[in-house]
Design a protein around this ligand. Structure first.
Ligand code: SDX
Length: 393
């Protein structure tokens, strides 16, 4: 009667993507990268070692890891013409301005050739260049947004020390990276490194399935991460905690607001499409928060607010019935604050951490020679009807 039909246009669930990279068990809160439990990797590994594991499906020997790190270190510089890019880039201060400039900078990278079939050496070079240069682009995009001088990478520093140096050093004074901060950042990057077929990883696989370059596929992934329901959530968590603080710390009021169906407000950093138990990353980050803030002598009231918000929500039937637990974004922003990383950089940090996972997902899809992604649909639009001249409408 509505003139609309549901026509099954051959829509079939072609099943999920087959992948050997990351295992998630949402009911039991289990996360493993290439079979290794996230808790062990966060405790004992390093971000670049985890990147190697995700991309090449093996824990590297010391020689392999040293070579991998050395190649990345040699590629951290970006083309000097990019100075002109940053000079000309509109530096209006906008909460997502840094991410936007990072995406624009990424689009200046493209492979030597546009061939569909990539030579393995070219793939390897692209992987190394991305891991090396995205860190520089991220730090330079931040410096640009603040009008600060850009700091060149220093090959004598480790990956996270180098990033922190490019982020915070000024040419006018000596800058020493705090090892507590560098280690905490390394752990955070490990925890963000991959997460199965999340929105941005699926975007990378889909974009890459047309044989667009890895650079283009990664740019697409960063764009997907932009959304507040995905990568943008960590920034929204801090804004939510600051709002609670400004309103006198009444966490119960915020929990009630999140339950109110008439408002589209959600408790940011809570809930997950897969985890119907604790997100194991949230547990680890919460512990690292306590440890790092203590070591740095920081007493951040937002951490206490977050803990009491978690406690109230986890004792509220609305959240319990819907199995809504803290996710990776709930505590990560508090750690970034302790490192003096500003909120406009939070999604950029998520992208920096997720980069090896996106690369691994793209590589797996290409190595498996997967066909171009072409989802089908269930048509629910108008049945056939004749055109009506405008004079008769
Ligand atoms: C990430 O996929 C990944 O792996 C992502 C990620 C990764 O590492 O890549 O883990 C990173 O994106 C983490 C999620 C960050 N986003 C947020 O924290 C935003 C707040 N969370 C929600 O928007 C939500 O929980 C999602 C988007 C994360 C998941 O949404 P779902 O699975 O689609 O759940 P839903 O929207 O179907 O909600 C189910 C019910 C609804 O209520 P009812 O309709 O049943 O009455 O739960 C409610 C929702 O209203 N609900 C929430 C809620 N999340 C879901 N209510 C209040 N607060 C919330 N946070």
């Amino acid at each position: 009667e509505t003139g609309y039909i549901t026509l099954d246009t051959g829509y079939k669930n072609t099943g999920s993507t087959k992948s050997a990279i990351t295992f998630l068990d949402g009911e039991n809160g289990i996360l493993r990268y290439r079979g290794y439990p996230i808790e062990q990797l966060a405790e004992q590994s390093t971000f670049l070692e985890v990147a190697y594991l995700l991309i090449y499906d093996k824990l590297p020997t010391q020689k392999e890891l040293d070579q991998f790190i050395s190649k990345i270190t040699q590629h951290t510089l970006i083309h000097e013409d990019m100075m002109k890019f940053y000079e000309g880039y509109p530096s209006k201060a906008h909460p997502m301005g840094v991410l936007a400039s990072m995406i624009s900078a990424l689009s200046t990278f493209y492979p030597e050739s546009h061939k569909s079939e990539l030579h393995p050496d070219e793939v390897e070079l692209t992987i190394i260049r991305l891991l090396a240069k995205v860190s520089t682009i991220a730090a330079w995009s931040y410096k640009k947004s603040k009008g600060f001088p850009l700091m060149y990478p220093q090959n004598r520093l480790s990956y996270t020390e180098n990033f922190l140096h490019m982020m915070f050093a000024q040419p006018t004074e000596e800058f020493k990276v705090n090892p507590v901060v560098a280690n905490a950042l390394d752990t955070l990057l490990i925890l963000h490194a991959d997460h199965e077929q999340n929105c941005s990883a699926s975007t990378v696989r889909m974009a890459g399935s047309s044989h667009a370059s890895l650079y283009a596929a990664i740019s697409a992934g960063v764009c997907a991460l932009w959304g507040p329901l995905h990568g943008g959530a960590n920034q929204q968590v801090i804004e939510m905690l600051q709002r609670i603080q400004a309103e006198g710390g009444n966490v119960e009021k915020m929990v009630e607001k999140a339950k109110d169906k008439d408002s589209d407000f959600r408790l940011m950093g809570f809930g997950h499409r897969v985890y119907k138990n604790f997100d194991p990353r949230a547990r680890i980050i919460k512990d690292v928060c306590d440890k790092v803030l203590n070591e740095l002598g920081i007493d951040d009231p937002l951490l206490d607010i977050a803990k009491s918000l978690e406690e109230v929500a986890l004792n509220d039937s609305y959240f319990v019935e819907r199995k809504l637990y803290p996710n990776v974004d709930f505590y990560s922003g508090i750690l970034y604050r302790a490192m003096n990383i500003p909120t406009e950089m939070f999604t950029v940090m998520f992208a920096l951490g997720r980069l090896p996972g996106w690369i691994a997902q793209w590589k797996e899809m290409r190595d498996n020679k997967e066909p171009i992604s072409r989802p089908r649909q269930i048509y629910v639009g108008a049945n056939e009807r004749d055109y009506v001249p405008i004079s008769d409408r």
